[in-house]
Design a protein around this ligand. Structure first.
Ligand SMILES: *Cc1c(COP(=O)(O)O)cnc(C)c1O
Length: 297
């Protein structure tokens, strides 16, 4: 059983005057439409981890993330759906009021263990124990963001498209880089892969990728101040982009990606006749942390 509806992941051409003036074609792979909770790249990154879990003798699944993590929520949902006990180590002390993401994760039956940011950064040293005294030694560990070989393998399937070879550029947001590594592995030698980091200080991340066949560029100047940081111009862009295309974006990942692409187009980065595929990696639930009325969608 797969929980998502991949037939909803359309690839839509979008038409804007900016694209016409650059004489390029822009397509969006709408992974945001496959599921309201396990949206975007999260199912792709989870599927082979769940398969590995089933083959193991583990009692449950344990993962890591922040208070607004799309990955933590997707893991909780998968746990509920497949009746797998789930737990997550959350970055930062236990808040007085849970984020919407954490509330929902707990509703799906996930157990949460809060650790300090410092401790979280040294993940290997954590031996998580819940407030109820539960241990997770016999849980299958899914790395933060659904990373690792299993996550990369699943992410490569995002590009299982009949017309894949016709794109000159493939662009996506980069958090842990798991999805991007999968896309790189799936691309052809003629294509240019473009990753846009959404965290500050990831300039060295480029060295951790295995570039393989395609040309690969990492753009590190479009994070808007850091992870989940935003400013009025980004929010204005999101509303305007939605008005023009009907495509909702999230302020943590995909808004920064589309913003960056628009800026690169206006700087004539793309040669005439480029055909760009932008991966809309979902994550719209993160917008729940914005004040109501900020966005028109
Ligand atoms: C998790 C996520 C990403 C980042 O994926 P990585 O594999 O960690 O780089 C990108 N976009 C959205 C919407 C996400 O939720």
């Amino acid at each position: 059983m797969i929980p998502v509806d991949l037939s909803k992941a359309t690839t839509d051409r979008i038409n804007l005057p900016l694209y016409d003036s650059g004489q390029i074609e822009v397509y969006v792979r709408r992974l945001d439409k496959i599921h309201p909770v396990i949206s975007g790249n999260k199912w792709f990154k989870l599927k082979y981890h769940l398969e590995a879990f089933r083959k193991s003798n583990s009692r449950g699944i344990l993962t890591y993330g922040g208070a607004w993590s799309n990955h933590v929520l997707a893991t909780a949902y998968a746990g509920r759906l497949f009746e797998i006990p789930s737990a997550a180590v959350i970055r930062g002390e236990r808040p007085a009021v849970y984020s919407e993401t954490l509330k929902q994760a707990v509703n799906y039956g996930m157990e949460l263990v809060f650790v300090s940011r410092k401790q979280f950064a040294e993940k290997t040293g954590i031996n998580p124990v819940s407030e109820a005294g539960n241990h997770y030694d016999d849980y299958y560990v899914i790395p933060e963001g659904g990373g690792g070989e299993a996550g990369i393998r699943g992410a490569a399937e995002i590009l299982d498209l009949p017309e894949m070879g016709s794109y000159t550029h493939i662009a996506a947001a980069v958090g842990t880089g798991t999805m991007m590594q999968g896309l790189i592995n799936a691309a052809t030698a003629q294509q240019e892969l473009m990753g846009f980091t959404v965290l500050k200080g990831l300039e060295d991340l480029k060295e951790t990728f295995h570039p393989g066949r395609p040309k690969f560029n990492l753009f590190t100047q479009y994070h808007f101040g850091g992870y989940a940081k935003h400013n009025p111009s980004l929010l204005k862009f999101m509303n305007e982009f939605y008005r023009q295309t009907g495509i909702p974006t999230d302020f943590v990942y995909t808004a920064k990606l589309f913003f960056a692409i628009h800026e690169l187009i206006s700087k004539n980065y793309f040669p005439v006749s480029s055909k760009i595929l932008i991966v809309h990696s979902g994550g719209l639930q993160g917008n729940n942390s914005l004040m109501k009325g900020t966005l028109i969608f």
